[in-house]
Ligand binder design. Structure first.
Ligand SMILES: Cc1ncc(C[n+]2csc(CCOP(=O)(O)OP(=O)(O)O)c2C)c(N)n1
Length: 278
């Protein structure tokens, strides 16, 4: 169990990641605020507490790897990599612009990124391959993979799910960002997949449901997954799309929305209020 001090630190990190999102998205530019903010706590826990990840030794063969299968949420990963010093902070403002380092989706040219993603459904296949390779190398490293709930309609993902169970890939922890909204509306209306937990369990996975905005519980879920032997684990994160920005919470318009001056000011004010309450 994480101590009170660790929980406080991780809440602060999640908040800083959200400030970084605002810095990247800015005013008048489209950016994936919703599905990035729903992951702030999970990404904070992974990069600042649970993952073996040394920004000064990015090619360490025994590093843990994070594959962002829902690659459109790259901004939240960039937010963490910038905090860790993988690249200069000035790159944040240049995201998605010519001459900038940070692409709209994860790319191997970016320090700290492990896989090219963005075409949904592929990240789990990549992760299973990585996990099997690490096992052959007798490496202690783990693979962490983050998927979306809209992404669950991709068929390739379920092939990878079966392969992971068949090959008893227990050095892999997947996350499902169950924020219930996808690009154009509620996931259950666009392409409903009921009983996700039961489906993953039926595919042979250990299923660990958790409040995806509770850093302490996310720590516990990751620890629990690491103890599971002989099968892969999936942490189902119960989250709110656009979390922390009242106008964006549960609102598909901010899947890849544009902030005007007023909304940007409101977003900053809401983060400042959270900071004051930390
Ligand atoms: C194969 C493929 N089809 C369609 C898209 C376009 N697309 C980008 S994001 C998105 C919705 C994803 O929803 P979800 O997985 O729930 O992500 P989140 O809401 O967590 O951001 C879609 C359909 C894509 N990137 N890849």
């Amino acid at each position: 169990m994480a101590s009170e001090a660790v929980i406080k630190e991780l809440k602060g990190k999640a908040l800083q990641l959200r400030y970084n999102l605002l810095e990247m998205i800015g005013v008048g530019k489209a950016g994936h605020l919703g599905g990035s903010s729903s992951l702030a706590e999970t990404i904070a826990v992974l990069y600042f507490n649970k993952m073996k990840f040394d920004p000064k030794n990015l090619k360490d063969p025994n590093r843990d790897r994070l594959v962002l299968s829902k690659g459109h949420a790259a901004l939240i990963q960039y937010a963490a990599l910038a905090e860790l010093g993988c690249f200069p902070r000035e790159e944040l403002k240049k995201v998605k612009s010519l001459g900038g380092l940070l692409q709209g989706h994860p790319d191997l040219s970016i320090p700290g990124i492990e896989a090219v993603t963005g075409s949904l459904g592929q990240g789990l296949s990549i992760s299973v391959g990585m996990a099997l390779a690490l096992r052959l190398d007798k490496s202690p490293a783990r693979i962490y993979t983050v998927m979306g709930d809209g992404e669950q309609s991709e068929g390739q993902l379920w092939e990878a799910a079966m392969a992971a169970a068949n090959f008893k890939v227990d050095n892999l922890t997947a996350f499902l960002d169950w924020n219930k909204i996808q690009a154009t509306g509620p996931t259950k209306e666009v392409f409903g997949i009921p009983q996700l937990a039961e489906k993953w369990a039926a595919f042979g996975w250990e299923v660990i449901p958790v409040d995806g905005h509770d850093v302490g519980k996310i720590c516990d879920a990751i620890d629990k997954a690491a103890t599971v032997k002989g099968k892969p684990s999936i942490v189902i994160l119960d989250t709110i799309k656009g979390k922390a920005f009242s106008f964006a919470e549960g609102n598909a318009a901010y899947h890849n929305g544009i902030l005007d001056d007023a909304k940007f000011a409101q977003a900053t004010k809401e983060l400042d209020a959270l900071k004051a309450g930390l």
